[in-house]
Design a protein around this ligand. Structure first.
Ligand code: SF4
Ligand code: SF4
Length: 408
């Protein structure tokens, strides 16, 4: 049996065989199951709405001695929690920012975190002892900025339908979820999800290295509400080296949420690792849950979501009818649609909303249908972006091959 140290040596020598989860699954589907001697590392990843994301930062407000202790702080209008350290008289505020806090119906903590990473200007408003202090800063002005996930990279997730006969507003839909179980909203990256490929958590343990939004960080431990059947992890990384295309805001029918990405490297040490890495979408069950009472209506699988469907959006701007206030642009939860039918690819998360809000049929993407208990329910919304998750596994693979990411 190989050890992680053996693999580290091979990485240092430039001899390690690294493949992405997508490349590994292709070998399995072709019937060419590799042996532990053939592959050293498989990179896995996930990208999607992850509400359990927050950041801890030190925000410059004014000169030392001007105020004693921040009582209220907003960044671009998003309320933050000052403290726990009072930073007495320092002119700065230590704050905790929840990615799910809202400045408005269209701007929240997830948007703010991406704006910080993109280097956009950030408006700081701080209240102390009846006075208000304002500042304009950029991400580089933050003395420290660390992102933490309280629960992320869920091994599997539920799909949601609405069993009532009225539309239902939820953080799991962009437009209200239509009733009579006529449409479904889905999450999870299936067979390339890190924990799905290490179900016994042999490698993805406390202290293991990961990429969080493209920046190197570590697993803190179990995430909140993590169970044996539905595990997830808590992780952290400095925001300084994050890549904006792997993060951002996402507008749901119940307000702004947050997109987060996690990638992990699984060292291939033995046949058991190979067996775990061989899991395929079609073998991963997806509970279909009524969003209104959380009752399970049946089970589908990720094969219906990610196999024989389109991973990315296709756009044909020539079909654009220039309908004034572009309905697709207004509905896009990532604000990725440009006037005239264009798409900002670095913002699009392939959620599919524009495929049915654009009357000109500019946008198309086959999102599949959940099959369960004799039902076939079309997927109306994806809250996870499999193609972006594949991209972050490529990023991690390249880092390992260049010797920029050590497994230890
Ligand atoms: S909704 Fe579609 S057709 Fe209408 S302006 Fe927007 S992109 Fe063009
Ligand atoms: S798929 Fe369409 S609606 Fe969804 S993020 Fe991309 S452009 Fe926006």
């Amino acid at each position: 049996m190989k050890s992680v140290f053996d693999i580290e040596e091979k990485i240092k020598d430039g001899n390690a065989v690294v493949c992405t989860a997508d490349e590994f699954k292709a070998m399995i589907r072709e019937g060419n199951t590799p042996s532990p001697e053939d592959v050293d590392v498989v990179t896995c990843g996930t990208c999607g709405v992850m509400s359990g994301t927050f950041a801890v930062m030190t925000v410059p407000v004014t000169k030392p001695g001007v105020f004693r202790r921040a009582e209220k702080v907003t960044l671009n209008g998003v309320p933050c929690f000052p403290g726990p350290c009072p930073n007495e008289g320092l002119g700065t505020a230590d704050i905790v920012l929840f990615a799910t806090s809202h400045a408005s119906k269209s701007y929240g903590g997830g948007h703010l975190l991406r704006d910080i990473v993109e280097g956009k200007d950030i408006e700081v408003v701080c209240e102390s002892e009846g006075k208000t202090y304002e500042n304009q800063i950029y991400g580089e002005d933050l003395e420290s900025a660390r992102m933490i996930t309280s629960r992320s990279a869920f091994k599997n997730y539920s799909a949601f339908v609405n069993g009532t006969n009225s539309p239902f507003e939820t953080i799991f839909s962009v437009l209200p979820l239509q009733g009579n179980m006529s449409e479904a909203t889905v999450s999870g990256c299936g067979e390339i999800n890190p924990i799905q490929n290490d179900p016994e958590r042999r490698y993805l343990i406390q202290g293991a290295k990961i990429l969080l939004n493209g920046a190197q960080g570590r697993i803190i431990g179990e995430g909140t509400r993590s169970t044996k059947d539905k595990p997830n992890i808590s992780a952290h990384a400095d925001m300084e080296n994050m890549m904006p295309e792997f993060m951002g805001g996402f507008l749901t029918s119940k307000g702004p949420e947050c997109i987060t990405s996690v990638a992990a490297a699984i060292p291939v040490l033995d046949e058991k690792t190979i067996n775990h890495l061989s899991v395929l979408d079609e073998n991963i069950p997806v509970p279909v849950v009524d969003i209104t009472d959380r009752s399970v209506k049946g089970y589908s699988d990720y094969g219906h979501i990610w196999q024989n469907t389109d991973r990315s959006l296709m756009a044909n701007p020539l079909n654009c009818m220039f309908c004034g206030e572009c309905p697709a642009g207004l509905a896009c939860p990532a604000k990725a649609i440009m006037p005239g039918g264009g798409v900002i690819l670095s913002r699009c998360v392939s959620c599919g909303t524009c495929t049915y809000t654009c009357p000109g049929e500019v946008y198309s993407m086959n999102m599949g249908a959940l099959e369960y208990e004799g039902n076939s329910v079309p997927v109306k919304l994806r809250q996870s972006d499999r193609s972006r998750a594949c991209e972050i596994t490529e990023v991690l693979k390249n880092m390992i091959e260049k010797g920029e990411f050590s497994l230890l």
